[in-house]
Design a protein around this ligand. Structure first.
Ligand code: S3P
Length: 442
C-alpha cells in the first residue's frame, strides 16, 4: 500500500528531449514470478518491474512457500515448489492494488489442495472477482467466504482438479490466465476459447517453462488455447522487456509538447499490446521505429517520438483488448488533436483500478476539454489545446494519475492530482524519468 498521499502538479514546460527507458512490463513480471514459483528449481528474472503490484505478488508467493529474492536492481531469483506444491499460508494474501496479481494467483491457488484468503486495498476490494471464481469452481475449487464476489475472499483449492473448456464472458487476459494456471494441476486438456484475442504472455511463458500449449485461431478475432495439464515446469531465465503501457505516458507527452524529440528504448511490441501505436499512427503521430530486436522472446524497438499535429479518429471496439490500459492517456492525446476522437467499446474500463471511463471523462472535463460518454463509448472533442487548472481525483488509480500529469505538461494552466502515490504500483521512477526529459512536475 503506497505510504503517503502525495499530491503532484504538472506545469507546461519543455520541449521534452533525450532518451529514456521505462521499467519492465508489469504483466510479464507478475507471470515470471508465478511461473518461477510453480517450476521446480531456480528461475532467474532480469529487468523486472519493481513496482508495488509486483512486489505484493512476490510476497504472496513467499507466503505460499516459494523463495523469492532480489539479487541486484531488477535481478530476481525464484525457487519454485512445483505445480500443485503451494503450502497453506499462515496469513491472508495481500495483493494491494493489483488485479492481475490477485486474479492470476486465484488461478494458481485453485489447483492446489490448500485454503487461502485473498485481500487487497479499497480499490481492489471493489473489483469483480465472480467472473474469475466461476471457471475455478468448475475446475473444483470452492469459494468459502466472499461478499458479493469481492475481496476479501477465501478459496479452497481443488483436491481433484478437473480440466474444463472455458469461454471467458469478457475479453480478459486475467480470466484466461487464471483458468490456465488452475488447469496446470488438472489431468488432460484445459481449453480456453476467447472471442477476442487478449495479451498472450501466459501462453508464451507457459511454453517457455516447458508446458505443452497449443494456440489456434478461432473465428474472426478469437483464439483457442489448449493446455496439457500436470506438466513439470522447468526453471527458465526470463528477461522482461520495457512496458508499452508505461511507455505510453512519455510517448504521448512528447507528441503533445511542441518541439519535443524523444527516444524510448526497447519498448515491447507484442502485437496484442500495440493498439495504441496503431491508433496514434492513424492520428498522424510521428513515431519512428528505430532498432528492432528480440528481448525475452518478444519484439522490442527503440521508438523516436516527435511532437506534431494530431487529428481525431474513431477507435474500433475490436482494438480495445490490445490497448485496454492506454485509453486514459489516449484521451489526453485526443484532447490535443484537431477534431473528434471516438473510442468505442470501453465497458471493461469501468472495472479497472477505478471506473476509468468516468475518471477519464472527469479528468478531461475538469480541465476544460469537451468530452462525453455515450453508452460504452468515450468521445473527446479536441481543439489542439486544453485549459488545465483542474485538481484531478485519481481514485487510487495509477493510470489516471499519470494521464492527468501528461495533460498538465501541455495545458495552459497547471494540472494537479490529489494523490500520486499509486503511480508506484506500475511505474516507479515516473516523476524522475519525466523530469529527466524536461517535464515540470512538483
Ligand atoms: C492484464 C490484463 C488486463 C490489463 C491489466 C493487466 C494482465 O486486464 O488491464 O492491467 O496482465 O493480464 P483484463 O485482463 O482484466 O482486461
Amino acid at each position: 500500500m503506497p505510504a503517503d498521499r502525495a499530491p503532484l502538479t504538472a506545469r507546461r514546460n519543455g520541449p521534452l528531449a533525450g532518451w529514456a527507458r521505462v521499467p519492465g512490463d508489469k504483466s510479464i513480471s507478475i507471470r515470471a514470478l508465478i511461473l518461477g514459483a510453480l517450476a521446480v528449481g531456480e528461475t532467474r528474472i532480469g529487468g523486472m518491474l519493481e513496482g508495488e503490484d509486483v512486489m505484493n505478488t512476490a510476497q504472496t508467493l513467499r507466503d505460499l512457500g516459494a523463495s523469492v529474492e532480489r539479487t541486484a536492481a531488477g535481478e530476481w531469483r525464484v525457487r519454485g515448489v512445483g505445480v500443485g506444491g503451494f503450502a497453506e499460508p499462515q496469513q491472508k494474501l495481500d495483493f494491494g492494488n493489483s488485479g492481475t496479481g490477485c486474479r492470476l494467483m486465484l488461478g494458481a491457488v485453485a489447483g492446489c489442495p490448500i485454503t487461502a484468503t485473498f485481500d487487497g486495498d479499497a480499490s481492489l476490494r471493489s473489483r469483480p472477482m465472480r467472473r474469475v471464481l466461476d471457471p475455478l469452481e468448475r475446475i473444483g475449487a470452492r469459494t468459502l467466504a466472499s461478499t458479493d464476489g469481492r475481496l476479501p475472499l477465501t478459496l479452497a483449492g481443488a483436491r481433484d482438479p478437473v480440466p474444463i473448456v472455458f469461454r471467458p464472458p469478457v475479453p480478459s487476459a486475467q480470466l484466461k490466465s487464471a483458468a490456465l494456471l488452475a488447469g496446470l494441476s488438472a489431468p488432460g486438456e484445459t481449453v480456453v476459447i476467447e472471442a477476442e484475442a487478449t495479451r498472450d504472455h501466459t501462453e508464451k511463458m507457459l511454453t517457455h517453462f516447458g508446458a505443452q500449449v497449443r494456440v489456434e485461431p478461432d473465428d474472426a478475432y478469437g483464439r483457442r488455447i489448449t493446455l496439457t495439464g500436470q506438466p513439470e515446469l522447468m526453471p527458465r531465465p526470463v528477461v522482461v522487456p520495457a512496458d508499452p503501457s508505461s511507455a505510453a505516458f512519455p510517448l504521448i507527452a512528447a507528441l503533445i509538447m511542441p518541439g519535443s524529440d524523444v527516444i524510448l528504448d526497447g519498448v515491447m511490441m507484442n502485437p496484442l499490446r500495440t493498439g495504441l501505436i496503431a491508433t496514434l499512427a492513424e492520428m498522424g503521430a510521428s513515431i519512428e521505429r528505430l532498432e528492432m530486436r528480440k528481448e525475452g522472446g518478444e519484439d522490442v524497438v527503440d521508438l523516436r517520438v516527435r511532437a506534431g499535429a494530431l487529428r481525431g479518429v474513431e477507435v474500433p471496439a475490436e482494438r480495445a483488448p490490445s490497448m485496454i490500459d492506454e485509453y486514459p492517456v489516449l484521451a489526453v492525446a485526443a484532447a490535443f488533436a484537431e477534431g473528434t476522437t471516438i473510442m468505442r467499446g470501453l465497458k471493461e474500463l469501468r472495472v479497472k483500478e477505478s471506473d476509468r471511463l468516468a475518471a477519464t471523462a472527469a479528468l478531461l472535463r475538469g480541465n476544460g476539454v469537451a468530452v462525453e460518454i455515450e453508452g460504452d463509448d468515450l468521445i473527446v472533442h479536441g481543439n489542439g489545446c486544453a485549459a488545465g487548472g483542474g485538481v484531478v481525483t485519481t481514485h487510487m488509480d495509477h493510470r489516471i494519475a499519470m494521464a492527468a500529469m501528461v495533460l498538465g505538461f501541455a495545458s495552459d494552466r497547471p494540472v494537479q492530482i490529489d494523490d500520486g502515490a499509486f503511480i508506484a504500483t506500475s511505474f516507479p521512477g515516473f516523476v524522475e524519468l519525466m523530469r529527466g526529459l524536461g517535464a515540470d512536475l512538483s
